[in-house]
Design a protein around this ligand. Sequence first.
Ligand code: SF4
Ligand code: SF4
Length: 146
Amino acid sequence: MTMELVSFDPALCRQCRGLCCQGTPGLWADPERFASLFFPNGFPSPNDLPRQLNRHKLVLRPVLGTNIPAPRRTEEGCAFLTPTGCALPAERRPCQCLALVPSLDTLLTGEIDCRLPARLRSDRVAARWRRWWPLHANFNSTGQKP
Ligand code: SF4
Ligand code: SF4
């Protein structure tokens, strides 16, 4: 679902030095994509999920009553942010990171003016995960054990 929503402008983002990554990291919007990227051999059990996410430098972020996988956040921003950019290969990056449309105004003003397509907004992403969790055995709609 996200490959048509990739918006790259490497030159612009290089000059910006990842202002978006210094704030709140993006979310994986597509549960199936997330599961196949990080847990291709099966989604961890509820008890094991925190440990497995931690191993990948990920957390579950509560958004509108639903837990959504996201990169761990540090004082400097995203745990994957390095001096040379994102440590994750593009194909593993959160859907929101891939879809954010770079804007020259971000460079000019120093404030993030880059926009997400409507279907990648966090409320829409939360709705998608809310539908997905109950389909996954042993989870309820908040992503926690019942
Ligand atoms: S804030 Fe915008 S211009 Fe800067 S790195 Fe992120 S997407 Fe690129
Ligand atoms: S995963 Fe990569 S692109 Fe996304 S916020 Fe973190 S450093 Fe930035």
